[in-house]
Ligand binder design. Structure first.
Ligand SMILES: [Zn+2]
Ligand SMILES: [Zn+2]
Length: 349
């Protein structure tokens, strides 16, 4: 039953409990959704200034919303000890510059992510031909950097610890980006996985709008190294997390999530890798200076004018999807994962 994978009551704390503008993932990890992306506050509500950490920083123009959530959790004017970035994609760094300056805190990222955070290199172009959904089709419009926070950003400590997050370690999980990291806490096996894998079908606008939960590989249109992405999912599955909080989709936990994650690791080629696409079998190459080579673009069977028509239609489809969200939720309980995938594929355009 799909509902069983949703965050549920754990001891005295109601998990998935909405608390103002955030959702409690554990007693000391809160998830804030800003448009279609998640960011996380690590530190129990009421923690003092300097005793909590922000993980990722949402989309452009969302600093006020993040500050409002921080004030709800930790009190007005409370500041974190640092900001940790799972990676530097535009939907994870939107407010990082503004917040780091206002809070006067360091930002930590993997050394291989530095070129995209210090103005040296853009990410490889997305591949809008993969994934088959509207979010993928529109990916040619997404910014791919770089930003420049050279005066704030530092490399994560080489020993795997995470500054300011006691009991957590960072794990290099490249593929989606070269310096992508995930964060794991052994004590309760909580995993913040960024976009190494996600708990929605991010290529599909329908799935993104309805936040239908299912473990999926990294967003296809923005993943330029599938072999590395596969190894990263294997690494994360081997951790056997109890809770998976990812960059997109609702946090998931328990047996259903674990089964889906193991299945994804075992059968990554079939479940996550596009059948064809610009980076399939031809990864973009990057080093500490940024992107050094990319394969040529593949021909796109859908002209951009049709994509424009699709965008216009999307508004109507979105309304339809939202109005049918409840009844779809009821149906989902008796469908298999395969059937759900088929339905998402048919609905997406
Ligand atoms: Zn990403
Ligand atoms: Zn993302």
């Amino acid at each position: 039953m799909q509902g069983a994978t949703r965050l549920q009551a754990e001891t005295s704390l109601a998990i998935n409990e909405k608390r103002g503008s955030v959702m409690m993932v554990t007693s000391d990890v809160a998830c804030q959704q800003v448009l279609m992306v998640n960011l996380f506050f690590v530190g129990a509500p009421g923690a003092r200034t300097g005793e909590w950490t922000l993980v990722d920083a949402g989309v452009f123009n969302c600093a006020a919303r993040i500050k409002a959530a921080a004030a709800e959790l930790y009190g007005a004017n409370s500041k974190p000890n640092s900001i940790i970035l799972t990676h530097g994609h535009f939907d994870h760094i939107g407010a990082v510059k503004e917040l780091a300056e206002e809070w006067d805190v360091p930002v930590y990222a993997h050394p291989l992510e530095m070129p995209y955070l210090t103005g040296r290199s853009s990410y490889p172009p997305p591949d809008p031909t993969v994934g088959g959904g509207a979010m993928a089709r529109l990916s040619f419009t997404y910014p791919r950097g770089p930003i420049d926070i050279n005066d704030r950003v530092q490399a994560l400590p080489a020993d795997g610890t995470v500054a300011g997050m006691l009991g957590w370690r960072w794990i290099h999980t490249p593929g989606h980006t070269p310096g992508h990291v995930s964060l794991f806490r052994e004590r309760d096996r909580t995993l913040i996985a960024g976009d190494a894998f996600v708990t929605t079908k991010q290529e599909s606008a329908i799935a993104v709008l309805t936040q239908k939960e299912e473990v999926n590989g990294p967003p296809k249109y923005f993943t330029p190294d599938w072999e590395a992405a596969r190894r990263s999912v294997e690494t994360l599955a081997a951790l056997e997390p109890n809770i998976a909080a990812t960059g997109h989709g609702l946090p998931m936990r328990g047996a259903e999530m674990q089964r889906e994650l193991q299945e994804l690791a075992r059968d990554f080629e079939r479940l996550a890798v596009p059948r064809q696409g610009r980076y399939v079998g031809h990864p973009a190459m990057a080093d500490e200076t940024g992107v050094v080579s990319i394969p040529p673009a593949v021909s796109d069977p859908m002209p951009k004018v049709l994509v424009g028509v699709g965008v216009a239609a999307l508004a109507g489809v979105a309304l339809y999807a939202l109005s049918h969200r409840e009844s779809d939720g009821a149906r989902r309980k008796v469908t298999t994962r395969r059937q759900r995938k088929m339905r998402a594929r048919n609905k997406a355009f």
